[in-house]
Design a protein around this ligand. Structure first.
Ligand code: ZN
Length: 166
C-alpha cells in the first residue's frame, strides 16, 4: 500500500521528469533553431555565390577577414586590342604583364576594355580581378553602356603579386 509520502515522492519524480523532459525539449528546439540559422546562413552564402556568378551582385567576401566589399580598388580602361583572345588568355593565366602591351583608353570609344582590380579594404592582401568589354551604344537620345564579362572574379595569388603587377 502506498503511503502519502511515497505518492508525494512519485509525484515529485514525475514532475521532475516532466521538467527534465521539457528542458530536453527546449534543448532540441534550441538545436533545431541553431540548425535553421546555419541553413539560412548557408542559403545566404550560397545565394551570394550564385548571384555573383550571375553577375547580379558584385559583392566579394575576403576569406581571411570575412569583410564584404564590392567596389573596385582600381579600374583601368584600355583601347580594344586587336588580339583580344590572347589578352584574355594571358590574363586567365595570371600573366598580368600583358596589360603593359595594351593602350590606355583616351576619350570615348565605341568599344573598350576594362580591367577591374578588387582588394580587400581590411587586409589588402586578398584580391581578384574582372575583365570586361565596354560598348557604347548610341540610342535615340542617350548613350547606353553595355558591359560583358570576359573574366569574372579571378583570384589573384598573394605570393609574387607585386611582381605580377609590375
Ligand atoms: Zn581581408
Amino acid at each position: 500500500m502506498l503511503s502519502p509520502v511515497h505518492l508525494l515522492n512519485i509525484a515529485r519524480v514525475v514532475m521532475e521528469e516532466g521538467t527534465w523532459g521539457m528542458t530536453s525539449g527546449d534543448n532540441v528546439a534550441g538545436l533545431e533553431l541553431a540548425c535553421v540559422w546555419i541553413a539560412e546562413g548557408l542559403m545566404i552564402v550560397g545565394g551570394s555565390i550564385y548571384m555573383a556568378r550571375g553577375g547580379l551582385t558584385s559583392y566579394i567576401c575576403c576569406p581571411d577577414c570575412t569583410v564584404w566589399f564590392k567596389d573596385p580598388t582600381k579600374t583601368m580602361s584600355y583601347e580594344m586590342p586587336e588580339d583580344l583572345d590572347k589578352v584574355v588568355h594571358d590574363l586567365k593565366g595570371l600573366n598580368l604583364k600583358t596589360l603593359h602591351h595594351l593602350t590606355p583608353l583616351t576619350g570615348q570609344k565605341p568599344a573598350s576594355l576594362e580591367f577591374d582590380i578588387f582588394f580587400c579594404p581590411a587586409c589588402s592582401t586578398f584580391g581578384c580581378f574582372d575583365l570586361q568589354t565596354v560598348e557604347l551604344i548610341q540610342k535615340k537620345k542617350k548613350v547606353e553602356t553595355k558591359k560583358a564579362k570576359l573574366i569574372d572574379r579571378l583570384l589573384l595569388p598573394k605570393e609574387g603579386l607585386a611582381d605580377l603587377l609590375k
